[in-house]
Design a protein around this ligand. Structure first.
Ligand SMILES: [Fe+2]
Length: 246
């Protein structure tokens, strides 16, 4: 099971707020801050998926994932640009979509989307760490993202609407008519969705690899070992001082 320390969760949350501050301004920044303040702790500890073998199925997984998708999207945009692609959208638009494509995974205004699985058997044997909260009105994750953004009065451009809506690529069946148009008129008129989908897929697979290798677990164990060592040496110092004075 992948795990983040409370310090890592706090660090990621601070990074997320900084990304918001750096990339947005005016009314939109106000709306975003209002939304991030509203969800606060719920968002900071939300997982990015409910199944261990999916990706970032751990406390803080959501924030880590959207930061990962944002940094990947910026790198992939550079790669497309260097290779001759037309970049017909702004960096602000790209970051907006990357940060909010999975917003629906936070849940609705009152309750979380993922809740801890109360079945120990399913947790242990099938890696179903979280389950979907049955109290929520059914919506796709993307529909809920759009709903929440409009609730907080956060407007978006057409590029952002298309990019955010299509980040899941053809893994989401309802995206088919956007990606497969069968005529030049119906083809996507911007590359933003392709780049976001690539970024989301790359981030997701890398997160899976990290889980498989146990990278985070090693870091958490190492940090715990260091903390233990520090505590032991502080206790030894104290005992030494008590015995022999300064
Ligand atoms: Fe995602």
């Amino acid at each position: 099971m992948k795990e983040l320390t409370p310090e890592q969760i706090q660090h990621n949350w601070d990074n997320l707020l900084q990304l918001i501050e750096v990339n947005f301004s005016g009314e939109r920044l106000d709306g975003l801050f209002k939304m991030y303040e509203y969800f606060g702790e719920r968002m900071a500890v939300a997982p990015a998926s409910g199944k261990e073998h999916f990706h970032n199925c751990h406390a803080g997984g959501y924030v880590e994932h959207v930061i990962h998708v944002t940094t990947s999207a910026l790198q992939i945009k550079e790669l497309w640009e260097k290779n001759g692609a037309t970049i017909d959208f702004t960096e602000e638009e790209l970051v907006f979509c990357a940060l909010h494509h999975d917003l629906g995974k936070i849940g609705d205004l009152a309750e979380d989307y993922y809740v801890p699985n109360d079945s120990e058997w399913h947790r242990k044997n099938q890696g179903l760490v979280y389950k979907h909260n049955g109290n929520l009105q059914y919506m796709t994750v993307t529909d809920r993202a759009l709903f929440l953004l409009q609730h907080f009065g956060i407007s978006m451009s057409e590029n952002e609407y298309i990019g955010l809506k299509l980040t899941d690529g053809l893994y989401e069946e309802s995206n088919k008519s956007y990606y497969i148009g069968y005529s030049p008129d119906r083809a996507l008129k911007t590359n933003i969705a392709y780049i976001l989908h690539q970024a989301d897929m790359m981030a997701t697979h890398i997160e899976f690899d990290q889980w498989k290798r146990g990278d985070h677990l090693k870091k958490v164990v190492k940090q715990q070992e260091n903390e233990k060592k520090n505590e032991q040496s502080a206790a030894a110092n104290k005992a030494f001082k008590e015995l022999f004075g300064e």
